[in-house]
Design a protein around this ligand. Structure first.
Ligand code: GLU
Length: 476
């Protein structure tokens, strides 16, 4: 994916880490301790399918155990390799520290093209992989808690959770062994949309700070901003849908595996998603111009570019042609270290991956807490909250009658105010709060230090500082 001269994904993450660490005053040796991956487990296992034994290779990498459990998704893709899972595990450590989810970083992957297998075959493969990981505590509610990533979703998480439960029949917290499960198997409302929702909340927070908007050479609000999104998978789809339907942004470009769609008037994200479900790709979609050379649309004129697919898509080959003044990294590692430097020199503002896509792990954290507490959020307080609101509303109604035409309650006030928050509303509120606070911690470093040029370096500084305090508290 990246140009020939470029370092690997893991090296790229390390280079970004080093840039930030060089601006910090870490005790000797601690910098290296934080940067390196603690361990990577490789497993090869056979599964009998269609009368033959098929061998699969999988990984689970643990980057940092300064907090446990360690956390991070499991990816199903042919390109999965050790370098990639280690880079992704490191990003999980920094991501969790930045958004204050109490986890270390981990990541897993299986070399597989899931489209080549039927559902029952995938179940067999997933259960076997989960068995291999669980027996080494690489799936465990208190040590290592996987989640969905590229190529996996609720279905795979339900299989893994069930496999763990079968192997640990007396573990009362078994459900907390993975997150991203379906609601009926111990999941939480709002987890599927969480990463895309987090991207939306991140952009909303960015656009609350005129100084930051100006740094990107933009002005005004999110409303009317032209967006190009790469990848209409779970993350890209939800981000683009929410931004266009709720914030008035205009999706002018959508890049998919079989080319890109472009329409300066705006593209209906939901319609494209339905088209992809039906036809397998974006070709022949009627309401936009299709170009077979999808990656070229990354270079189109727009206000915001959202790479939401693979790592390394913005690299030394195309960085100087990227016109978007603001990039938000919904994918992990979409901009290589080399490209990051080119873009920084151009003045492009990049909202970095470890912050931008942290909505997923944030809501995973809520799910894990829900599983450990064995109760749905809001179950105890919702009706009590409604009863207290009822008291105020009846007083206001009395006032309404008393004042006649001089004062009346606003339409919908009563029904809106009376309703106590359900789990989904609480999850969104917790996610919004997390994204706002994490952004503010990054921008404080960005604006208060002359030697910090960009949000990525600021994000690393905040994260490394937190990880290092936690190591130091352990006496390291
Ligand atoms: N795979 C997601 C990520 O890269 C989610 C991880 C999680 O929920 O643990 O952040």
């Amino acid at each position: 994916m990246t140009g020939t001269k470029e370092p690997s994904f893991r090296e790229s993450v390390d280079l970004m880490f080093n840039r930030a660490a060089s601006l910090m005053d870490l005790p000797p040796g601690l910098e290296q301790k934080i940067r390196v991956c603690n361990a990577t487990y490789t497993v090869r296992f056979g599964v009998r399918l269609r009368g033959e034994i098929h061998t699969f290779t999988g990984y689970r990498s643990v980057h940092s155990e300064h907090m446990e459990p360690v956390k991070g998704g499991i990816r199903y893709a042919m390109a999965v390799n050790q370098d990639e899972v280690e880079a992704l595990a490191a990003l999980m450590t920094y991501k969790c520290a930045l958004v204050e989810t109490p986890f270390g970083g981990s990541k897993g992957g299986l070399c597989i093209d899931p489209r080549q297998y039927e559902e029952h075959e995938l179940e067999q493969i997933t259960r076997r992989f989960a068995y291999e990981l669980a027996k080494r505590d690489l799936i465990n509610p208190s040590q290592n808690v996987p989640a969905p990533d590229m190529g996996t979703g609720e279905r795979e998480m339900a299989w893994m959770a069930d496999q763990y439960a079968r192997m640990n029949t007396t573990d009362i917290n078994a459900r907390a062994c993975v997150t991203g499960k379906p609601l009926n198997a111990g999941g939480i409302a709002g987890r599927v949309e969480a990463t895309g929702r987090g991207v939306q909340y991140a952009l909303r927070e960015f656009f609350r700070h005129p100084e930051d908007i100006a740094k990107a050479g933009l002005s005004g609000k999110l409303d009317g901003k032209r967006i190009v999104v790469q990848g209409l998978g779970n993350v890209g789809y939800h981000a683009a849908k929410f931004l266009s339907e709720e914030d008035g942004a205009i999706i002018v470009g959508i890049i998919e595996w079989d080319g890109a769609l472009y329409n300066p008037e705006g593209i209906d994200v939901e319609a494209v998603r339905q088209w992809i479900v039906k036809h397998g790709g974006v070709s022949d979609y009627p309401d936009a111009t299709h170009s077979a050379e999808g990656a070229a649309v990354l270079e189109e004129e727009c206000d915001i570019l959202i790479p939401a697919a693979l790592e390394g898509v913005i690299n030394l080959d195309n960085a100087d042609r990227i016109k978007a003044p603001l990039i938000i990294e919904a994918a992990n590692g979409p901009v290589t270290a080399g490209a990051d430097e080119v873009l920084r020199k151009k003045g492009t503002v990049i909202i970095p991956d470890m912050y931008a896509n942290a909505g997923g792990v944030t809501v995973s954290y809520f799910e894990w807490v829900k599983n450990l507490s064995h109760i749905r959020f809001g179950r105890m307080q919702r009706r009590q909250e409604e009863a207290r609101h009822e008291l105020i509303v009846s007083e206001l109604e009395r006032l309404d009658r008393y004042l006649g035409d001089a004062w009346t309650m606003s339409p919908n006030f009563k029904s809106k105010y009376l309703k106590g928050a359900d789990e989904l509303e609480l999850v969104r509120s917790g996610l919004d709060d997390t994204m706002r606070i994490a952004y503010q911690s990054m921008r404080e470093v960005w604006h208060s230090r002359d030697d910090v040029e960009d949000l990525r370096t600021a994000a690393y500084i905040v994260a490394i500082d937190r990880v290092s305090s936690s190591y130091r508290a352990k006496g390291l």
